[in-house]
Design a protein around this ligand. Structure first.
Ligand SMILES: [Zn+2]
Length: 144
């Protein structure tokens, strides 16, 4: 399953409409939401009119930081960014990280809300013994 996923060629980019960030003010977790999320779409494709539009809203969970009219490229640093043996694994949000964990442990299925992002997992994340290290790193992060 994993090897076939990494060989699929996709024409379009795809990403989550809810992104968890490190707050630029206090360093805690902030949520960035694309309006498409409010209409029930967990993920967005690059054909969406909102893809490059300044429509994101950011709100910190811990401080008063709040920003609107941000483009995706202005969002800042992802909250879920893990390091292992010189490599970095990232996830758009907690649910996406949980999906990656399921992927590494062979438990993902098509009903997972973020299963459509599995094809974007980087090849280097999937190499041999590295998978087990990611599984441990993800489990640690999810407990924080
Ligand atoms: Zn903050």
């Amino acid at each position: 399953m994993h090897s076939s996923l990494t060989h699929v060629q996709y024409e379009h980019l795809h990403r989550a409409n809810k992104v968890e960030l490190i707050c630029s003010q206090c360093g805690e977790k902030a949520f960035a939401i694309n309006p498409c999320f409010q209409t029930g779409n967990l993920t967005c494709i690059d054909l969406c009119p909102n893809w490059n539009a300044a429509v994101w809203e950011i709100r910190c969970t811990q401080c008063s930081y709040h920003a609107t009219e941000k483009t995706f490229s202005e969002l800042g640093q992802l909250y879920y960014c893990l390091e292992s043996r010189g490599k970095t694994l990232w996830a758009w949000n907690r649910e996406h990280l949980v999906m990656l964990h399921k992927m590494f442990t062979g438990k993902i299925n098509d009903n997972d809300p973020y299963a459509n992002l599995a094809v974007y997992a980087r090849r280097e994340w999937l190499l041999g013994t590295r998978k087990q290290a990611w599984v441990k790193a993800i489990e640690k992060k999810l407990k924080e």
